[in-house]
Design a protein around this ligand. Structure first.
Ligand SMILES: [Zn+2]
Length: 341
């Protein structure tokens, strides 16, 4: 026992001396820390920061299969969102089915605790963004392998900025209308060609077009963004979309050369490739270190009634004295600096 302790002390001393000489650039990137988390922070749901710079706790997962959805690219482990968003996806899948959309193919939502991703999106960091494929769900359950390999279908006519009329259906319009009409949904990002199609063809009430925002990409999937939920004072809101349908000059700009010109000057590194924890809200350190739920299943939503239960899973921080009693001496944690609040 005594010898063990001596070795530990030597080990600690060595570790400290390494820390003292560690160069500044050795600080890990936030994308590696958040990308390594398999389960959410099992604390109260709370969003910290902005869509492209933040994290969240209390996340729940959308199940790989639900009555009206199938989740895609399961290996990415990006089926996690704030309970309000996951509940909204479940509701959209159910209500869109009534409109004639056979079911949602759900793409990326967020990592279990959000944060920057190892690859892909700049946003999707706070559990309030979700991608839904423009490809309707097939009437059979796809295998895990198919969900990795199947490609989404672009809605555009090849080589143009315009929707292919043979691919676009009234059901595509209906699922977007249904999503845009939810009060929590703040904007839906689509390719400018899709926005134009809607501007040209939507009849009846058109106020929902305000939430349909043109953006690069997004012709294989649409991107639902909900606003900051209650109980998240640290969530940084995005400015509301400008008033009106957005079928004006701001849309015409997308059909000029300017938005598609390659950027001038030297290529800048992507934010996620330089972002350390210092760039994120301080609360994200606590999110990273918070306890995980007992299992993924405990915080997964597979149907309409599941959200409340999945959201109620909270791991209480153990009373420090009972924690010490239950640990073997070799597991007694070393004191660490007080975490940031
Ligand atoms: Zn997206």
């Amino acid at each position: 026992m005594r010898r063990f302790r001596i070795f530990r002390l030597i080990g600690i001393g060595f570790g400290l001396s390494l820390l003292a000489f560690a160069p500044a650039q050795a600080e890990p990137l936030a994308k590696e820390l958040f990308g390594g988390k398999k389960l959410p922070a099992a604390t109260e749901p709370a969003v910290h920061g902005f869509y492209s710079k933040g994290c969240f706790s209390g996340g729940v997962a959308i199940a790989p299969d639900g009555p009206h959805w199938q989740a895609m690219r399961l290996s990415r482990n990006r089926r996690w969102g704030h309970p309000e968003l996951v509940g909204l996806i479940e509701r959209l899948s159910r209500e869109a089915a009534q409109d004639g959309w056979p079911g949602l193919l759900v793409g990326d939502i967020s990592q279990p605790r959000g944060g920057p991703m190892l690859s892909g999106h700049a946003s999707h960091q706070i559990g309030l963004d979700a991608d839904v494929w423009f490809t309707p769900m097939p009437d059979r359950r796809m295998s895990v392998a198919e969900r990795e390999q199947v490609s989404a279908v672009s809605m555009l006519k090849e080589g143009t900025l315009h929707v292919d009329g043979r691919k676009w259906t009234p059901a595509h319009e209906a699922v977007l209308r249904r999503a845009a009409n939810y009060s929590q949904v703040e904007r839906i990002l689509v390719h400018p060609g899709i926005k134009k199609k809607l501007c040209d063809t939507v009849r009846g009430g058109r106020s929902w077009l305000r939430k349909i925002r043109p953006f690069w990409g997004h012709h294989y999937h649409f991107h639902i963004r909900i606003s900051c939920p209650d109980g998240s004072p640290n969530c940084k809101s995005q400015a509301a979309p400008p008033p009106g349908e957005g079928c004006d000059g701001s849309l015409a700009w997308w059909f000029t050369e300017e938005p598609w010109k390659p950027a001038e000057g030297p290529e800048k590194p992507k934010a996620r490739d330089v972002m350390t924890m210092a760039a994120l809200p301080n609360a994200c350190r606590a999110v990273l270190n918070a306890p995980a739920p007992p299992s993924e299943a405990a915080v997964t939503v597979a149907g309409p009634g599941d959200l409340q239960q999945a959201t109620s899973v909270r791991v209480k921080s153990a009373d420090p004295s009972s924690l010490l009693l239950s640990l073997q001496p070799s597991e007694v944690p070393l004191p660490t600096p007080r975490p940031f609040q």
